[in-house]
Design a protein. Structure first.
Length: 221
């Protein structure tokens, strides 16, 4: 009988819904492949419902009660994840722990530093390919060191600036059809080499969270 994994995801915005679940699904497939195991992976995207972090996460866990794990995302909006975890994740985890209802108690946390957009910056060549630009890293302002990505104060603005420079170097008629930032999330999440994400502390923490969640369900040993 084929192994079935049902993942639930609650993120901060629609772009996160198009990016992080793809990364998570690919990561799980890779982890299972390393164990010579295959599985059918299904997704349940959960919309925010409630007032405050604790209620939103708790309500999501109720909706995800039949899922293998509930992936809870929030951006750090800072150079580390400590405050985001304490104020926006832990209240929900505490509520789940105290619950007597049928609920998903297998929670996977992902907190990108500073924003999810930092993860889109790890492969400059793939980024330029998806932008369909021939401009150089220097031209586009993509001169950061890969191991310093999580030190970029505003990675989303870094992406927007690169796209703007690309647009300004196109003939006027082509600008209307040129790529927008919202069009980058899905293709990059589907193609980026997961090993390249390992320059990010947040990704490595997320990978360990996924491993722990699969072990909790005895999917990994």
């Amino acid at each position: 009988m084929a192994l079935s994994i049902v993942l639930a995801f609650i993120g901060e915005g629609s772009t996160d819904n198009r990016f992080l679940p793809n990364i998570a699904g690919r990561l799980i497939e890779q982890l299972l492949l390393e164990k010579n195991t295959s599985a059918t992976i299904q997704w349940q995207t959960i919309e925010k419902n409630g007032e405050g972090a604790a209620q939103i996460i708790y309500n999501a866990a109720k909706q995800a009660k039949y899922c293998t794990t509930l992936i809870v995302h929030c951006d750090a909006d800072a150079r580390n994840s400590k405050n985001a975890f304490t104020t926006r994740i832990k209240p929900g985890l505490d509520a789940i722990e105290e619950s007597v209802e049928a609920i998903c108690d297998n929670i996977t946390v992902v907190i990108p530093i500073t924003e999810t957009e930092a993860w889109l910056l790890v492969d400059k060549e793939l980024l330029k390919e998806e932008m369909n630009t021939t401009l150089s890293n220097h031209d586009l302002g993509l001169t950061y060191q890969l191991n310093k990505i999580e030190s970029i104060a505003d990675p989303k603005q870094k992406l927007k600036d690169a796209i703007h420079i690309h647009h300004q170097n196109l003939p006027r008629k082509r600008r209307r059809s040129a790529v927008t930032i919202s069009e980058l999330y899905e293709p990059i999440s589907q193609q980026v080499e997961l090993s390249k994400l390992e320059v990010l502390v947040a990704y490595n923490n997320f990978k360990q969270e996924i491993i722990n969640a699969l072990r909790y369900k005895h999917i990994l040993d």
